[in-house]
Design a protein around this ligand. Structure first.
Ligand code: ADP
Ligand code: FDM
Ligand code: MG
Length: 214
């Protein structure tokens, strides 16, 4: 009898700078692969594609002036550029572990002020909806003890605190979020994330992927 391919899960990790997103994403992919589960890491912004190069310039060069709505749409377009790739991988049975997604897009733009929340969300509607979003929370004092901010735009305390509040708000709007206090050790956090992820992979394997609909 033919074995139908079960789809992979779309797992997103969000959180403020230095909350441990990149560390946990990398470890989660390694843990899944070590259990013979097909898994791949993705991160947004994806600085390798066309929109990603513009975004990278905006982030690293403080002299780069760009309208707030224009850069918001570029971050969103950067995700849209990857939709076919994401769908192909997911429906090919690969679980995607994604370092930042639409919620970073919404939170960072909203933290700047002056843009309507519904307008910010609109650009994300229709993208693949994560099966699970981890929000790593860490207070600013704890984050400050970790290896320091770089020189990129948004890497300052005021911005990070606003972003943190908006993430907490977004987490309450849907039931697919798991809020994890990120001050524990890398290993104990990883065990928690892996447990939730394995549950979700099993639960969604035969379900159709949903689309974001804010
Ligand atoms: P993010 O991607 O959220 O900015 P990183 O994963 O790059 O965060 O981690 C930022 C820094 O904090 C790195 O130096 C990393 O080794 C360290 N770090 C990550 N997780 C923890 C943890 N649970 N406890 C202590 N330090 C951590
Ligand atoms: N960022 C990231 C946004 O402003 N919008 C987005 O849609 C995304 C995905 O870009 F400051 C911001 C968040 C962060 C920066 O940093 C990217 P990392 O270190 O590559 O995660
Ligand atoms: Mg990171």
């Amino acid at each position: 009898m033919m074995k139908t391919v079960q789809r992979g899960a779309l797992i997103v990790i969000e959180g403020v700078d230095r909350s441990g997103k990149s560390t946990q994403c990398k470890k989660l992919v390694e843990s899944l692969i070590s259990q013979n589960i097909k898994a791949q890491l993705m991160n947004f912004p994806d600085r390798s594609n066309l929109t990603g190069k513009l975004i990278n310039e905006y982030l690293i060069n403080s002299d780069c002036k760009l309208n707030d709505r224009a850069i918001h749409l570029l971050f969103s377009a950067n995700r849209w550029e990857n939709v076919e790739k994401m769908n192909t991988l997911l429906y090919g049975g690969t679980t995607l572990v994604v370092d930042r997604y639409s919620y970073s897009g919404i939170a960072f733009s909203a933290a700047k002020g002056g843009m309507d929340m519904n307008w910010l969300k609109q650009a994300e509607n229709g993208l693949p909806k994560p099966d699970l979003v981890f929000l790593l929370t860490l207070n600013h004092e704890e984050a400050a003890k970790r290896v320091g901010f770089g020189e990129e735009r948004y890497e300052n305390e005021a911005m990070q605190k606003k972003v943190s509040n908006i993430f907490s708000q977004l987490a309450k709007e849907e039931d697919n979020w798991r809020v994890i206090e990120a001050s524990d050790s890398i290993e104990s956090l990883q065990a928690i994330l892996l447990g939730h992820t394995l549950d979700v992979i099993a639960r969604v394997a035969k379900q159709e992927l949903k689309s974001l609909h804010f």
